[in-house]
Write a protein that binds this ligand. Sequence first.
Ligand code: SF4
Length: 269
Amino acid sequence: MPISKQPAKALTPPQKLTPAKRKLAIEGVPSARAKKIAASEPVSAKMRRGRTAKPLSPERIQGILDALRRLYPGVVCALTHKNAFELTIATILSAQTTDVGVNKCTPELFKMFPTPRRLADAPVLEVERIIHGTGFYRAKAKNTIAAAKVLVERFRGKVPETVEEMIELPGVARKTANVVLGSWYGIASGVVVDTHVLRLSLRLELTKHTEPVKVELDLQKVIPRDRWIQFSHELIHHGRQVCIARKPRCADCGLETLCNAKDKTWSSH
Ligand code: SF4
């Protein structure tokens, strides 16, 4: 069911409105000023929402999926890459940092070491210098060179197409394997659970867990397999642009009518 047709009242108990929100309810579509007021007025402890009555109902899940697809049509992985090898290395480098930061250093890295064999033979100090800005550069340089060696020695220089083989590469865990298999090979091996997917899955009540592996299993149960790849991309983009960690921009959120997160900063229902 499209999000716009979702009856908001069915999802939450009636709430007492603050003056700003009562004004919004009366006037309908919030003005820019009203949005500003409401956004600066976090939902108080008293007003905090309870749990959604049926957070995993097929109708609600479909509403979330439809809204995400509409908001982020054709969205792709934000890491710059030209092949599976580059995406694997870029994803290893993306741990604990931003894709923007990784994209700043990978052009030089892949220009100097364009293949697994070249990277496997790379001087570690040179790799450390190039990737310095991504943080944890010593461990990442060691892992990327070691991963390139395993690619050459075990897989003839080709990035494998299964999670089990991918996680044999140093620095590669399930998340990286899912990124590469999904974004490059189009294989829905799992759902990518990064910091954004984890946070949004909790806010949208798609899971109660905080461990990525358990969150992924929960998501796999409710998200159709043919949406696993795009769902991750869409949620990551939504987490970066709107549902940010510290102060989510709920007044601008296309999922707002379906969301009852406890830390919402604005609510229409
Ligand atoms: S309404 Fe707010 S908390 Fe809920 S998904 Fe949107 S931005 Fe995130």
